[in-house]
Design a binder for this molecule. Structure first.
Ligand SMILES: [Cu+2]
Length: 452
């Protein structure tokens, strides 16, 4: 864990190959600081994040392809602070930077004083290599502290961080070819914090707060904790205004959910990824075992939460509307197809970093409709820099609109409508599918926010 001191979180992140032992398998993959996940960054609103990123990977062996959306040059990297409302320009959260092997780069990100507090994360975002690097475990949590300060049932709860990942590797325990990642059956097993099926200890009646991050490179997970509800208190780092209890909770890649768990009687309970159909079967299997034992505690779930921190966007605020269409082409035998037979598009086009797809005035308040015309797969919409308020899904208005930075858009014409304020920062940033196989193959656009 790396913490801010006197308003500055100063750290090195070394990117290099490392051996890892996980679930009885020996991997040799790209990593942050030799581990997976990378170090957890903890800061407060108003802090400055100052990172020296040392790219110790070997030189790239391949030349740039003519088609940018063929995965390539796996040893280039950069840094993205997912979900943060920070500058996308210069040496801040700028995913257009190339951090080449053999060089060291400074990153400096100022977190605004009024930033929402919650569970965020970081990962590489270089087009061509991000998927290979994230599936190798180059992911980490970034926690902005200070939420629920007036809710003792939450501040007194023991906190745990659960970084979910899909572990994937070739016969040599490496990821050096896109074919290791692409078939929809590619995942070998699921892990939490780089461990296969770890134990989580609780006492009977204890309430714990779990910060859950789906850092898997590709798929949804339907979380199921045997005989226990998961009580959601925040999505994507943004506090909810009411506790939402779930028997099963779906989390897409890129999303976070903070939950309270109140342990039942002594015993061992399974935390699993349960079957779910996202167009292909989501990966299933054991995630952790919860061992409840010891002296009982009488901890309570909060009866109420304070109002959520972001003001709902009124109809009268909207200055513009636009529609964004996710689509794909697939071979007839979808699941068995080779990746080169697929195409992934937004508004009918593959990603081109030289093209600006959306120009938005600074201060605009927009309503976007995201449509997924792909027959085979749900997709996962994510936009950088500003969170959005989901107001309807598949034509049905939400009773309580939901602030998010990442949302599932269902296949066969699924539709999500959200509103967003484009505040504080100009620059170019990304809209993309957070299923990294899709992003890497072109399901990404640029947004330029400009000062009128
Ligand atoms: Cu997708």
């Amino acid at each position: 864990m790396r913490r801010s001191v006197d308003g500055v979180l100063s750290t090195t992140l070394r990117v290099g190959y490392a051996y890892r032992q996980i679930g009885g398998v020996r991997l040799y993959v790209r990593s942050y600081e030799g581990g997976s996940p990378g170090p957890t960054l903890r800061m407060k609103p108003g802090d400055t994040l100052r990172i020296k990123l040392v790219n110790d990977l070997p030189p790239n062996r391949d030349a740039m392809p003519a088609d940018m959306s063929r995965p390539h040059q796996f040893n280039n990297t950069n840094f993205h602070f997912h979900g943060a409302h920070v500058s996308p320009s210069g040496i801040a959260d700028n995913v257009m930077r190339t951090m080449a092997p053999g060089y060291t780069y400074d990153i400096e990100i100022e977190v605004p004083d009024d930033h929402t507090s919650g569970t965020y994360w970081y990962h590489p975002h270089h087009h061509g290599s991000a998927d290979v690097q994230m599936s190798s475990g180059m992911v980490g949590a970034a926690i902005i502290e200070g939420d629920f300060a007036d809710v003792p049932e939450i501040t007194e709860a023991r906190e745990r961080l659960l970084v979910l990942s899909q572990v994937v590797h070739d016969a040599s325990g490496m990821i050096e070819d896109f074919e290791t990642l692409f078939p929809e059956t590619a995942t070998r097993f699921l892990a939490i914090n780089g461990q296969r099926r770890p134990m989580i200890a609780m006492r009977p009646g204890e309430v714990q707060r779990w910060r859950i991050l789906n850092a898997g490179y590709q798929d949804d997970m339907l979380l199921d904790l045997e005989k226990h509800d998961l009580h959601a208190i925040a999505y994507d780092g943004i506090q909810l205004g009411v506790v939402e209890p779930f028997q099963q909770l779906l989390i897409a890649p890129g999303q976070r959910v903070d939950v309270l768990v109140k342990a039942g009687p002594a015993g061992t309970y399974a935390l699993d990824a349960a079957p779910y159909d996202q167009g292909h079967p989501s990966p299933t299997g054991p995630l952790a075992r919860i061992v409840v034992s010891g002296d009982p505690m009488d901890m309570k779930l909060p009866a109420a939460l304070p109002p959520q921190p972001l003001e709902s966007i009124r109809d009268a605020e909207i200055t513009n509307r636009r529609t964004v269409v996710f689509s794909a082409t697939a071979p007839e035998a979808d699941a068995a197809g080779h990746w080169q037979e697929f195409g992934f598009f937004i508004d009918g086009k593959k990603f081109d970093p030289r093209r600006i797809d959306h120009r938005v005035e600074l201060g605009a308040v927009e309503e976007w409709t995201i449509v997924n015309t792909h027959e085979h797969d749900d997709h996962v919409f994510h936009i950088h820099t500003n969170p959005f308020e989901v107001v309807s899904i598949n034509g049905k208005p939400l009773a309580v609109p939901q602030w998010r930075d990442t949302v599932i858009v269902e296949r066969k014409g699924g539709e999500v409508v959200f509103r967003s304020r484009f505040l504080d920062f100009t620059g170019v940033y990304m809209v993309h599918c957070h299923m990294m196989n899709h992003e890497e193959m072109g399901m990404m656009q640029t947004v330029e926010v400009y000062q009128p």
